[in-house]
Design a binder for this molecule. Structure first.
Ligand code: NAD
Length: 291
């Protein structure tokens, strides 16, 4: 099966590599020449634009782009996919964008005769490389089943979340909670240490008590792996800021209060403004270590 892939960045690059390893033929497009060259060295064929990719003989097109503006440009733009793609070609967008934009692009695709799935992921760059991503998928059941073998080459947990946009809803809700829980753990850990406790002992208590969560156990801001390597790598604070912004915007559209989410967004915004956007999001604990 020939697949088109657009967006070969930190996530898309290793995802495309796993599709090649699984034996799929890949035609690829990215604005970054080094990213394309890496994929070509792994066996992919290059094309010059989304429209050229659409005109190629592909059955499925997957995109993995930074944000909604790039997704809209690639799908709806003048030289975009929908201008040229054959009806029936399955479109899968794995970028993390707001549910409203995902539904807008899916509706345009449907009007053009193309089924579309939103399929954002969790698992980070490590999961992308290992082929162990979780895919949260929105769209029709029949299209989900068609996509499943492809997604299985890149992930191990593939969940149908409902109609168009619901994959993004799941992603936004999860990352809203993740951002809030990380700040909560940072606050509690900082208080305990300031009051005289050893961080490792306190983490051990929390992780066998009712305060335990992923942020305290796997990615603890004082004792976890990113902390041990100076908060380099991992899930960047700017990416968390982006996802909290998506949650806040999605909440505004349906007049749903996200009180702690708004505060979490502001804390990550302040942290990013201090030049920390590239640090793992557990580094937010530094806000509690000032003064
Ligand atoms: P990235 O910036 O590393 O990669 C994006 C790629 O898209 C780049 O290679 C860029 O050149 C390309 N691109 C941008 N505009 C383009 C266009 N118009 N046409 C073709 N190519 C274009 O980003 P990433 O880390 O791979 O993240 C991609 C998406 O996955 C984002 O929505 C992000 O929020 C989400 N995500 C990232 C992680 C992570 O840990 N990095 C985890 C889960 C989800």
């Amino acid at each position: 099966m020939r697949i088109g892939f657009i967006g070969l960045g930190n996530m898309g690059g290793p995802m495309a590599a796993n599709l090649l390893k699984a034996g799929f033929d890949l035609s690829v497009f990215d604005l970054s020449e080094p990213a394309v060259r890496t994929a070509v060295a792994q066996g992919a064929q290059r094309v010059g634009s989304p429209a050229e990719l659409a005109a190629a003989d592909v059955e499925v097109i997957i995109s993995m782009l930074p944000a909604a503006q790039h997704v809209k440009q690639v799908y709806l733009g003048e030289n975009g996919l929908l201008a040229k793609v054959q009806p029936g070609v399955l479109l899968i967008d794995s970028s993390t964008i707001d549910p409203h934009s995902a539904r807008e692009v899916a509706a345009a695709a449907k009007a053009h005769g193309n089924p579309m799935l939103d399929a954002p992921v969790s698992g980070g760059t490590a999961g992308a490389s290992a082929g162990t991503l979780t895919f949260m998928v929105g769209g029709e059941t029949v299209d989900f089943e068609r996509a499943r073998p492809l997604l299985a080459a890149m992930g191990k947990n593939i969940v149908h979340c409902g109609g168009a946009g619901n994959g993004q809803v799941a992603k936004v809700a999860n990352n809203l909670l993740l951002g809030i829980s990380m700040i909560g753990v940072a606050e509690a850990m900082s208080l305990g240490v300031k009051l005289g406790m050893d961080a490792e002992v306190l983490a051990g208590i929390i992780n066998t008590s009712s305060g335990r969560c992923w942020s305290s156990e796997v990615n603890n801001p004082l004792t976890g792996a990113p902390a041990a390597r100076g908060y380099s790598g991992g899930f960047g604070s700017d990416l968390m800021l982006k996802d909290l912004g998506l949650a806040s915007e999605a909440a505004r559209q349906v007049r749903q209060p996200v009180l702690l989410g708004a505060l979490a967004q502001q804390l990550y915004q302040a942290f990013s403004a201090q030049g920390n956007g590239q640090l793992d999001f557990s580094a937010i604990v530094k806000l509690y270590q000032q003064g």
